[in-house]
Design a protein around this ligand. Structure first.
Ligand code: PLP
Length: 417
């Protein structure tokens, strides 16, 4: 596999002009320790072996590649396949990264983990890992998000984590990140910050990408066995970018395979309507949250409000490696609207009996659109990053189902969503 991270220009943690480490002085020692430990783990085949075995025994890996014959026949174009990250423990690819960082925490001899979470899925995965590894765990969440995501908060607490509702600012993800960094500064000696996606200061983009590369490594081999060739196109939804770079890495050196990142188009173009950093033209290059990338920000560098029907894609920044590969033409970015997501979900449920997470439906929607125009001799692979059970209320609302509407509304009130 090409070493995606070896840019060889002497600037550690930069991918073209993106990435870097922009942190307060006080965190430099901790980041240096983490870099050193990650560097040595990466050179140690026994570490990767332990990681793979843990995922096999605990999370059901390797997750299969499923041929979606009914959907393919219905569209009459390219053959469609899905990589089934939805079958992981906690229902999505997030557990890969979290278990990997858990093993690193053990290696560093630390005893406590902290994390920030918006929709709650990363907090849920981190609390799961902490329970399994016997680590103390504190999850920071904006107070508004705590109110919106009651079921995830419930599970985090039952798994033994302490959930802190952050009352500062807009009481959402950005405020939770600030509070989490404050905790880290105070407790560096025994605490590791489990970042949830392939963003933030070096080494996080590289480290999270490395753990998630297990998706692409498996998928490439499985696809070849199933289909006798490689897919013409690979689709993945892009929030921070971890599941996308995870599957894309398996096909990076296969230049005939087109890589398509699918962002949240929300209500469509226009500031505040979406979370498409690259496919729409509302974002610009800046430095925030410890790294340099494209951010949805205004001229003064203040972050914009973002919108997506999929909470996991609703993020202002994006993985710097993906941005650089987009500029170099290796990855194409497209935006998918909430409306297109809902239609793709309906079709996938009805033809295949699969319920992809709303995030994953962005990949499905773009693939469905394009596969119909392709030939039956061609094939496409979608990364099904997670399952849709968590989205029941949002989906019932989006499908505008009159019969279920009232019941769902009552439940939403009960849950405070
Ligand atoms: C969190 C999440 C995402 C978005 O995160 P990435 O880092 O971009 O992968 C996508 N799909 C699901 C199911 C998620 O839970």
């Amino acid at each position: 596999m090409m070493d995606l991270f070896d840019y060889d220009d002497g600037r550690e943690g930069y991918y073209g002009q993106y990435g870097g480490t922009f942190l307060p002085e006080i965190l430099h020692t901790t980041i240096e320790d983490l870099k050193r430990e990650f560097g040595s783990a990466k050179q140690d085949p026994a570490f990767w072996q332990e990681y793979v075995e843990l995922l096999h025994s605990y999370s059901g890996r390797p997750t299969p590649v499923t041929s979606l014959d009914n959907l393919s026949r219905h569209l009459g174009g390219a053959r469609i396949y899905a990589k089934r990250e939805d079958l992981n423990q906690t229902g999505a690819h997030k557990i890969n990264n979290v278990l990997g960082q858990g093993l690193l925490v053990k290696r560093m001899g630390k005893s406590r983990v902290i994390a920030e979470t918006g929709a709650g899925q990363h907090g849920y995965a981190t609390a799961t890992m902490a329970a399994r590894f016997g680590l103390k765990c504190k999850i920071y969440m904006g107070a508004v998000d705590v109110a919106r995501q009651r079921p995830n908060v419930f599970w985090m607490e039952k798994l033994g984590a302490e959930v802190i509702a952050v009352e500062d600012g807009q009481q959402t993800l950005k405020d939770a990140i600030n509070e989490c960094l404050r905790d880290w500064v105070t407790n560096m000696d025994d605490t590791h910050y489990v970042l949830g996606t392939a963003c933030g200061p070096h080494p996080f983009p590289e480290m999270v990408s490395w753990f998630q590369s297990i998706i692409g490594t498996e998928a490439r081999e499985q696809f070849r066995v199933l289909n006798g060739s490689l897919p013409n196109r690979v689709y993945a939804c892009v929030g921070g970018g971890s599941n996308a770079i995870g599957i894309f890495q398996g096909f990076f050196n296969d230049i005939e395979v087109e890589l398509v990142g699918c962002e949240a188009g929300g209500f469509g173009p226009g500031a505040g309507n979406h979370a498409a950093r690259l496919a729409y033209k509302d974002a610009s290059v800046g430095v925030a949250q410890g790294y340099k990338t494209y951010f949805l920000q205004n001229e003064d560098g203040n972050m914009m409000h973002t919108h997506s029907v999929a909470a996991g894609l609703d993020y202002i920044g994006v993985n710097p490696i993906l941005v650089d590969q987009w500029e170099k033409g290796r990855i194409r970015f497209e935006a998918v609207t909430d409306q297109e997501v809902t239609e793709a979900l309906k079709l996938t449920m009805e033809t295949e009996g699969l319920i992809p997470a709303l995030e994953s439906c962005h990949g499905f929607a773009q693939a469905i659109k394009e596969a119909a125009q392709m030939s039956p001799n061609e094939s496409v692979l979608i990364n099904m990053s997670g399952r849709g059970d968590k989205d029941i209320f949002t989906i019932a609302d989006a499908l505008d189902d009159q019969k279920w509407r009232e019941f769902i509304r009552q439940k939403a009130v009960e849950y405070g969503i």
